[in-house]
Design a protein around this ligand. Structure first.
Ligand SMILES: [Zn+2]
Length: 94
């Protein structure tokens, strides 16, 4: 954990809250640290890769007005490899 990174992160959270914007909290899938995220309008979805400010590992998040789904980077890598194998299979069928 980087103390400087946590300090910068907490300053970012404070600025957002002081500006009156809504933030949601969810647990980092690696270390359970409470990470904040902007909340989209109903019907919209935000998705992005996030580096946890605490453990500094990567995860992917999908956020809508009702909640947050996360995938840790290791699981995501496994999903991508599985998809890549399917693409090879389709190419051979053609
Ligand atoms: Zn973490």
């Amino acid at each position: 954990m980087s103390v400087e990174k946590i300090k910068l992160y907490n300053e970012w959270v404070s600025r957002i809250i002081e500006a009156g914007d809504e933030l949601a909290e969810y647990e980092c899938p690696h270390c359970a640290y409470l990470v904040h995220t902007h909340v989209p309008e109903k019907g919209d979805i935000f998705d992005s890769t996030v580096q946890c400010p605490n453990c500094e590992k990567l995860h992917f998040k999908v956020v809508n007005a009702d909640g947050v789904v996360t995938v840790d980077a290791d699981a995501w890598d496994g999903i991508q490899r599985k998809l890549a194998r399917r693409e090879v299979h389709h190419a051979e069928a053609d």
